[in-house]
Design a protein around this ligand. Sequence first.
Ligand SMILES: NC(=O)c1ccc[n+]([C@@H]2O[C@H](COP(=O)([O-])OP(=O)(O)OC[C@H]3O[C@@H](n4cnc5c(N)ncnc54)[C@H](O)[C@@H]3O)[C@@H](O)[C@H]2O)c1
Length: 403
Amino acid sequence: MNKPEVVMIGLGYIGLPTAALIAQNNTYVHGVDINPSIVETINQGKIHIVEPELDTAVAEAVKEGYLKAATTPVQANTYLIVVPTPFKAKNEPDISFVEAATKAVLPLLKENDLYIIESTSPIGTTEKMMELIYTERPELQDKINIAYCPERVLPGNVMYELVHNDRVIGGVNEKSTEKAVAFYQQFIQGALHKTNARTAEMCKLVENSSRDVQIAFANELSLICDKANINVWELIELANKHPRVNILQPGCGVGGHCIAVDPYFIVSDYPMESKIIGKAREINNYKSFWCAEKVQTAKLEFELKHGRKPSIALMGLAFKPNIDDLRESPAKYIAQKVLQNSNNEAYYIVEPNINDHKVFKITPYQEAVDKADIFAFLVAHDEFKTLEISSDKVILDFCGVRK
Ligand SMILES: NC(=O)c1ccc[n+]([C@@H]2O[C@H](COP(=O)([O-])OP(=O)(O)OC[C@H]3O[C@@H](n4cnc5c(N)ncnc54)[C@H](O)[C@@H]3O)[C@@H](O)[C@H]2O)c1
């Protein structure tokens, strides 16, 4: 491989597709991951994650010699940081992975280099990393370019969206912004919007918080409507006939590693100001608890009415329809909570997108349909829409899949 132009730190759901895209444009990329088995897989031209079209992109880039993976970085001109930013206990963001990645490239940096963070980050992270770099390498002060550019791709459509989505790019100064824009222009067809680093960081957090708040509104309506004996799905459909109203659909909570996580990055730093954002997180979390309680109540009512224990089907575990990803899944939380309260009832846990799970025994949905008395629909998977369930069964439709 020729001398790499780009070092990509973190070869996961975002870093690997981005590395492959850059390499496909005949730019030499040195990918770095601390996980040796990921490095080995990639160097064989294979991938460790599920993402359409990524396998061919990586195979081609490795074969052509434009992408190589390793566990340590080497010198290049551009460094991209795409490592995880989870949250710790008390919902505080954990930027230790970004710090570790920055420390790994610190000794390699030279004048005119470009350092970009893509990881979703709390406000001020890019400036913190700039201070870290300049403290350790004072001779580079104002001589390298430092920017933040968040990622907003949708898993399942990453290879298309990486190229076509608009991007927000914020440097720590104008020169850094311009340098970063010039870098992304080589690979991206979407518009590149210039701003400063703090605004770019906040922009990513706000996008997901905005979704969370809107979903919380729908979930709150579902709680009110349940008490008021109003069909929430019909209500929302009617309200949305207003030309300027667009209420989202309620569900059994909010999951995944973005919408259910990123708002905490704002709330933990600005607790007094971010009232709606914090409340939305509470409402969406409460909705999952409420669903679990509803299942419990349905069980007791069934037993009182029929003089025997019911069998219960929990329909779906993923965090959204038609995927196999259970990260931060409210359906998984509800299943755990319901099973904690089990009292010798039979349970059928259904998730058509996975075959087995280390905690839950997965039942095929047809078997659950034949055997269960109570159906709690937690995820609106396509398979559940047309299932024939006899009218004497109890149906708890938390996600509107049977509406
Ligand atoms: N996945 C998404 O849909 C998505 C969308 C937008 C933004 N993001 C953000 O992008 C960032 C990365 O997310 P992801 O989904 O790609 O994560 P991921 O967990 O799939 O991948 C991150 C990779 O980084 C590696 N890593 C950790 N520390 C490292 C270090 N010091 N040096 C080298 N490698 C290291 C891990 O082994 C892992 O393979 C996160 O901040 C996330 O919030 C993700």
